[in-house]
Design a protein around this ligand. Structure first.
Ligand code: ATP
Ligand code: MG
Length: 355
């Protein structure tokens, strides 16, 4: 047997436990067709684990997976466990410790998806959001001053480092070079007038190193409007942690159900493992009914193949997803009546090997 990739596998909570096996099914099939294999190290880290052990993962959990080739995650979070515990107890430590500073979210209108936008055809929306994933607005630095008095004042700091901003922009420009050669970045320099002009200045400086890339700068508010009015104009969209987070949900909403949206948390240099997870959460409202759409998980798996250097296999997975989106079967969120497994199996079977 050829190459074998060791994957830290964290199904997590709710429908994460239903869609991860479908991701594994499709990736195993891709491996069989293209001559590689996986070792899926299953880790029970989740809210259920928390309810037994009082922590989302063991204290030495991150050390245990730092040499894996990648992390394949379903979803974490469940009613009864506060969000900050699942977030700060598992997801954020992984993103920060493994310097997964790029959060990559493809926004693509695929066939068979019901978009709320008028006059857009499949293929006409195809861009990626490159979101900063480790610093910025999501900091734990802040305080409440004069608490309990009429002067009560709350301060929350956003923290941007030159290293953090530059490395994100650098990734965005390199990606634009490989795609259609267009990059825009989102700021709000007229309102947030220290941090955002800093972003603008760094972006303009770094743009000088990529003369082949056409750049534009948008304020976040008008950028959001263009996502809805003219999404076809975008190629690579670079944004800070908070702005990128909001744009990702907006982009996913413009292209259909959240059940198909994928994401990657990348450590581009490969010093640490990168993590691949669908955009959706654990969806407690549909958990246990076997109707969760597995496509977001499977598409995240295709991104993992790409990062592992298996670009041909990644393309085969994407082609199979597209084929099933057109021909079915479909889960209820896409207007069908089929199960999670039926869709996973259909995608695995639709995959073709090397030409
Ligand atoms: P989180 O806080 O973890 O992001 P959330 O509260 O934002 O979670 P989700 O768990 O993503 O929400 O669910 C939002 C809605 O989308 C729910 O109604 C859920 O049933 C639906 N949904 C999410 N994922 C899927 C999926 N894979 N297939 C079908 N429906 C889904
Ligand atoms: Mg959410």
């Amino acid at each position: 047997m050829g190459r074998c990739y060791r994957i830290a596998t964290i199904p997590g909570d709710g429908i994460g436990k239903e869609v991860v096996p479908e991701g594994i099914r499709v990736l195993d099939r891709a491996g069989a067709l293209f001559g590689f294999s996986f070792e899926w190290d299953q880790l029970p880290w989740s809210c259920e684990y928390y309810s037994v052990h009082g922590e989302m993962m063991p204290a030495d959990g991150l050390d245990a997976i730092r040499n894996h080739d990648a992390i394949f995650l379903g979803a974490v979070g469940f009613p009864g466990v506060p969000d900050h515990i699942s977030l700060w107890g598992l997801l954020l430590p992984i993103r920060r410790r493994f310097e997964q500073y790029v959060n990559l979210r493809p926004i693509r209108l695929m066939p068979g998806m019901n978009t709320p936008l008028a006059n857009v055809a499949p293929g006409s929306i195809d861009f990626v959001i490159v979101r900063e994933n480790t610093e910025g607005e999501y900091s734990d630095q802040g305080s409440i001053l004069a608490e309990g008095t009429a002067q009560e004042t709350v301060v929350q700091h956003s923290v941007f480092t030159r290293r953090g901003v530059d490395r994100l922009l650098d990734y965005g420009f390199r990606l634009a070079e490989k795609r259609d050669g267009k990059l825009c970045w989102a700021t709000k320099s007229n309102g947030i007038f220290v941090a955002m002009p800093y972003w603008d200045a760094r972006a303009e400086l770094i743009a000088g190193r990529f003369p082949g890339v056409e750049t534009s700068r948008y304020h976040i508010d008008i950028l959001a409007a263009h996502f809805v009015r003219d999404p076809g104009r975008f190629d690579v969209v670079v944004a800070s942690n908070l702005m990128g987070d909001i744009l990702s949900d907006l982009g996913a909403a413009c292209t259909g159900t959240i059940g198909v949206a994928p994401s990657a948390n990348l450590n581009p240099a490969g010093e640490y493992p990168s993590m691949f997870e669908p955009v959706h959460g654990s969806a407690p409202d549909i958990f246990g009914r076997n109707i969760a759409n597995p496509i977001g998980q499977i598409w995240s798996g295709a991104m993992m193949l790409e990062q592992l250097g298996e670009a041909e296999a990644a393309r085969a997975v994407m082609d199979a997803i597209e084929c099933v989106m057109i021909e079915g079967p479909r889960t209820p969120d896409m207007g069908g009546r089929e199960s999670t497994q039926a869709v996973g199996k259909a995608i695995a079977e639709a995959m073709a090997g090397p030409a």
